[in-house]
Ligand binder design. Structure first.
Ligand SMILES: [Zn+2]
Length: 353
């Protein structure tokens, strides 16, 4: 059993390690990003987009260690670590009902810095669909045909690549996908010949179809009402359906040059949760999704299972990891040599010893 540490205890452990993260920042942004950052704030101010406090953690815990005060754009969306289960929550966050408008109007130009969305056909990098197929296919056995559903399908590039990779393995893949961004729907149709449908999980459920695989590639971390979302995802699955979930893993920050190894560049208001392998698997188990495989990157393959209670997880491990990355940021970015590390720094002290 891990000992659980309160936020107060975790704060005393290597005090001030995240002072830079808590100070917030005002990064210089490209003009398009600056325009959409202002538009996001104006939409919130005018009530067109609703933000809410994250409230209690999914595990029921209410003791949080503040990790950072702002996100990568300098927007006032903070990150909180649940000291009970180790899940990282964004608070405040965009309310679930505001997500369709946000993803249709704000997200892509703000994050990718261009209003010409077609320039960013593949948001998660070319090869993502092939990678998903490589990870999933050993668990599927030999199949001649598969019906695959992707929620948050973007421009359809993942489904397109999966279909190509499956075909090379002798499997005919029937792609189904839902997406909120109408620009993305147009690109999927014109570039890949894939007809994505507008919507999310609720619209997929309304189809009344069953699927062999459900893919959530960089989607789960964007959901605000995770219990309702995962209940819908589970309802989309029958016995034998495999669920592929991939999120940007927090415990690989030290090998994430695209975030410059920096938690402040990792943090983004669009991510309502940040996961490690343990918290990803722990959250899905809580909602009746049993893990078959998982990785710290973080991804997991799941099947319908029983609801299982929380996995014991030491939040102190994540804090120690983040404190290490923060201390060695200069080294990771190639600007400094590795700081001298003392073992005594790595363990929180119990009591006044
Ligand atoms: Zn928790």
């Amino acid at each position: 059993m891990h000992r659980r540490y309160s936020a107060a205890e975790l704060t005393r452990f290597r005090p001030g390690w995240n002072a830079r993260l808590l100070a917030g920042h005002a990064p210089g942004l490209e003009p398009v990003a600056e325009k959409y950052k202002a538009r996001l704030l104006a939409d919130i101010e005018a009530g067109r987009l609703v933000v809410e406090e994250s409230g209690a953690c999914l595990c029921g815990g209410g003791d949080f260690l503040p990790l950072a005060a702002t996100d990568r754009f300098g927007l006032p969306f903070g990150s909180l670590l649940c000291t009970r289960c180790g899940l990282v929550l964004t608070s405040p966050r965009l309310a679930e009902a505001s997500l369709p408008r946000y993803y249709n109007e704000i997200y892509h130009p703000l994050v990718f810095g261009t209003e010409r969305i077609a320039e960013y056909v593949n948001f998660t990098g070319y090869g993502q669909g092939r990678l998903v197929w490589e990870r999933l296919s050993p668990h599927l056995g030999r199949r001649e045909a598969l019906r695959v559903l992707e929620i948050g399908a973007g421009t359809g590039s993942v489904l397109h690549e999966m279909r190509e990779a499956a075909l090379a393995d002798g499997c005919r893949l029937e792609p189904w996908g839902f997406e909120y961004s109408r620009d993305c729907l147009d690109i999927a149709a014109s570039r890949f010949g894939i007809t994505l449908l507008e919507g999310g999980c609720a619209e997929a459920l309304a189809l009344g179809r069953s699927f062999d695989c459900v893919v959530l590639s960089h989607v789960l971390e964007h959901v605000s009402d995770l219990p309702a979302f995962l209940a819908d995802v589970r309802a989309l699955m029958r016995d034998g359906t495999l669920l592929y979930v991939e999120v940007p893993g927090l415990m690989v920050l030290h090998k994430s040059p695209w975030y410059e190894y920096d938690f402040l560049k990792y943090a983004i208001h669009a991510h309502t949760f940040a996961f490690t392998r343990q918290t990803l698997v722990g959250v899905l188990r809580r909602f009746g999704l049993a893990d078959i495989a998982s990785d710290e990157l973080a991804y997991g393959i799941f099947a319908k299972g029983e609801r299982t209670p929380d996995e014991d997880f030491a939040a102190v491990d994540l804090v120690a990891y983040l404190a290490f990355v923060e201390r060695e940021l200069g080294y990771l970015q190639g600007k400094e040599t590795l700081a001298v590390k003392t073992r005594a720094d790595d363990e929180p002290t119990d009591g006044g010893a």
